[in-house]
Design a protein around this ligand. Structure first.
Ligand code: ADP
Ligand code: ZN
Length: 248
């Protein structure tokens, strides 16, 4: 189980974004977006601003790989190829995290930010059977832009914070701002695996945009520009969804 997704480890959002903090609502949010759209970065910030857990299936799998568990050995085969981990495995992992971190099934379920799940229609159906949602945010950015960003992507070996040498650089090159850990490229950020993941996104995940639009849950956010700009837009989209819900 990853410690990274725990609320206590969430980065504090201060400075220019502090005014966005929301304390009286724990929304249930799904983030959609291509690899490199900034899902992980935005999910961390939203989790801190709304005081809800950030649940990332990709990060859960990477933690299992690091810990050398059976789940990790299973997942690694798929991840190295850029393929999706089988649905039964992935849905099980997601459910476990929702139970532990968002109180699913406890009688007092809370909010969450899901990053990297659902990734296809069958996962979306499984999620719908577990919980309702308040808003699905589609972080929209072109393929050319994401290819540029992925090349610059770095992650902290210790606390898993993510950076980008292009548009979200750490204060000291190669060193994590939060914990001083070493910044490295992800194992699955090879050109071939990325191309495969982007293809799978178009064929498997992009159809969810239409599906959630039909359910009246989708908000599209322009994910070009600085991480702070995207956070501003995303919080606006979530707050607009909240006002719509209040009117229902
Ligand atoms: P990216 O968005 O860059 O692909 P993630 O961290 O979301 O990165 O996922 C990394 C890998 O973990 C994926 O390529 C896939 O193998 C696996 N994975 C993550 N989420 C899912 C999911 N919902 N279903 C199947 N596999 C997943
Ligand atoms: Zn760190």
């Amino acid at each position: 189980m990853t410690g990274h997704n725990n609320l206590n480890d969430a980065p504090q959002v201060g400075g220019a974004l502090a005014h966005l903090a929301v304390t009286d609502w724990a929304p249930r949010v799904v983030l959609l977006g291509r690899q490199g759209s900034g899902k992980g970065t935005q999910a961390d910030r939203l989790a801190a601003l709304y005081h809800v857990p950030h649940i990332s299936t990709g990060e859960a799998f990477r933690a299992a790989v690091r810990e050398g568990t059976e789940l990790g050995r299973t997942a690694q085969v798929y991840m190295d190829r850029g393929d999706l981990v089988p649905d039964d495995v992935t849905v099980g992992v997601l459910r476990e995290h929702l139970v532990k971190e968002a109180g699913l099934g406890s009688g007092h379920p809370g909010g969450f930010v899901l990053d990297g799940f659902p990734r296809n229609m069958s996962q979306a159906v499984a999620l719908g059977e577990m919980t309702g949602l308040d808003v699905v945010v589609n972080l929209d950015v072109s393929t050319e832009e994401v290819l540029r960003r992925i090349a610059g992507r770095r992650v902290c070996l210790d606390c898993k914070a993510s950076y980008n040498v292009v548009n979200d650089a750490p204060k000291v090159a190669g060193t994590c701002d939060h914990c001083g850990g070493q910044l490295v490229q992800r194992d699955d950020d090879t050109e071939e695996a990325i191309r495969r993941r982007l293809q799978l996104y178009e064929s498997e995940t992009a159809p969810l945009v239409d599906w959630y639009t039909e359910q009246g849950l989708l908000a599209t956010v322009d994910a070009s520009g600085s991480p702070d700009e995207v956070t501003e837009r995303t919080v606006q989209a979530i707050e607009a969804a909240r006002r719509r819900e209040a009117l229902r």
